[in-house]
Design a protein around this ligand. Sequence first.
Ligand code: ADP
Ligand code: ADP
Ligand code: ZN
Length: 215
Amino acid sequence: MRMILLGPPGAGKGTQAANLSIALKIPHISTGDIFRANIKEGTPLGVLAKTYIDAGKLVPDDVTIGIVEKRLENKDCVNGFLMDGFPRTIPQAEKFDAMLEKMGRSVDLVINIEVPDDLIVKRMSGRRMCSCGRTYHVDNNPPQKEGICDACGNKLYIREDDREETVKERLKTYHQQTSPLIDYYKKKGILVNVDGTKSIDDTSREILELIKNHA
Ligand code: ADP
Ligand code: ADP
Ligand code: ZN
């Protein structure tokens, strides 16, 4: 299964991907997580990406595409993958299609998680992250022990780009550059919409049902 999770920042892509990746036994690939790991390690890629991320803008396409191309070479992708936060522009989607075609593959399913802007601003203010990739919410999805990741025991942190002004900028970026992908994949007949305003568990169930029907 080669899947893409599409949706605005804070729609719940990362939360759903973590569960789905286990259920479907395919790797969860988040370009945002890759950038954050590079920022933490202070690599040249991290230094470059940080300037865009902190401004709520997208990292340039050629840089982002290069990262995904390299990641797809990993053996764990042979049976599929779950892309979270990539592609985010039409050129990225076109390059991604070309990349997969060269491997004799294509995207099977695009799940578009729909959440209105006002709800997103609320969600982001309560988001807490772990460096292992797990995501929590102080009210909607709290860890068992406050401030500590259930999965790995590390300390949770607040993303710098989750402050309200940056979230508003990221939403603008989403509407200008990423939302055209909805039509791009609709035209290919592989897009399904999911209501992302329901609870995390209800949304997971809806997505799993859609995947079952698709298969
Ligand atoms: P969210 O989960 O809130 O949508 P991500 O973790 O996916 O955020 O991404 C964080 C930031 O990393 C984005 O705001 C953007 O600056 C950068 N980024 C992530 N994926 C991409 C991409 N495919 N293209 C360009 N920039 C990206
Ligand atoms: P994305 O990866 O799309 O940016 P996340 O998965 O990080 O989104 O979710 C954003 C925030 O909203 C997190 O704090 C997460 O715990 C919370 N969240 C995710 N899905 C839901 C949901 N269905 N209902 C309420 N809160 C949610
Ligand atoms: Zn963790």
